[in-house]
Design a protein around this ligand. Structure first.
Ligand code: SF4
Ligand code: ZN
Length: 120
């Protein structure tokens, strides 16, 4: 459960504003748009990927105190585990291999059946 950046108390992850201090937690009143907030003494841009790679053109850069696009530069931009195949072993691994190589298996079966028919 996340904490409010102003009062540091636990808040619901879907809360649009902090029920304790009223701090705005989501942008445009939408629970799906997180409004990242800096502490009193820092700016978000100092820790942002898009400031570091110079791709941000927001007018509040480099002194953003709140931002919807902030991405912590210490974290990977894309979760690479989403793109790597799951590690299965045994029968589940074989089933996964069959499901991902279905075309190859069908061609191999056709070749094998053709050879058997030609030989007999
Ligand atoms: S995306 Fe937001 S936090 Fe990041 S550099 Fe731009 S204004 Fe700053
Ligand atoms: Zn709060």
């Amino acid at each position: 459960m996340p904490t409010c950046s102003r009062c540091d108390r636990l808040v619901d992850s879907q809360a649009v504003s902090c029920p304790h201090c009223g701090n705005q937690l989501k942008a445009f009143g939408h629970p799906g748009i997180t409004l990242h907030q800096a502490t009193d003494t820092t700016y978000l841009c100092d820790r942002c990927t898009y400031h570091e790679d110079d791709s941000c053109n927001f007018p509040q850069r480099p002194y953003a105190k709140t931002c919807t696009l902030f991405h912590d530069k210490s974290l990977p931009l894309v979760d690479e585990s989403q793109f790597s195949p799951p590690k299965y072993g045994g029968i589940r691994g074989f089933q996964f291999w069959l499901s991902t190589n279905r075309g190859l298996v069908i061609i191999a079966l056709i070749v094998i059946i053709s050879v058997l028919v030609a030989v007999t």
